[in-house]
Design a protein around this ligand. Sequence first.
Ligand code: COA
Length: 158
Amino acid sequence: MSLAIYPGSFDPITKGHIDVLKKAAKIFDKVIIAVSVNPAKKAMFSIEDRIDMIKESVNDIAGVEVDYFEGLTAKYAKDKGANAIIRGLRAVSDFEYEMQMAQMNNSLYDEIETVFLVPKSKYNFISSSIVKEVSKLGGDVDKFVTAPVSKRLKEYNI
Ligand code: COA
């Protein structure tokens, strides 16, 4: 059985992430979308909220499991027996950082390969930060996030 891990901060999950997840679910028998911590970022939502938002947003995609881990992505992938780490590539600007992480993860765990998937171009300009900023300033983000995420963003910003 082929297994991929899709790690990220997902603070919150966007339709761009979901597009990448759907593509991964077509390629792998099982995909674990795993919330993790990027130490360089201060999160808006708690881990529990992020997991709940993902569960409520992806429950229609077959072969997907939602999880959380602490520590190294490479170690988590190894412990799960995964074949691949999934990452989305939206633009050239993602490339350098993603290359660095892919090579580091592969040098930590030789069995793991990173598979880059390209989301639909209509999602290329979305990031979790920009969605949070637009929502905070009263803009409509329903095109970019699912209803459960939109609801939480509104509650958070009240
Ligand atoms: N659609 C929309 N947005 C996307 C996207 C897509 N397809 N792909 C990425 N993004 C955005 C995210 O929203 C996020 O935006 P933000 O910066 O505004 O939050 C940004 O691109 C990247 O976020 P994400 O994919 O969540 O990754 P991350 O860089 O926040 O987290 C981890 C990366 C968690 C995978 C990495 O830090 C990690 O592996 N941490 C564990 C510790 C570890 O192993 N460290 C060593 C790594 S080599």
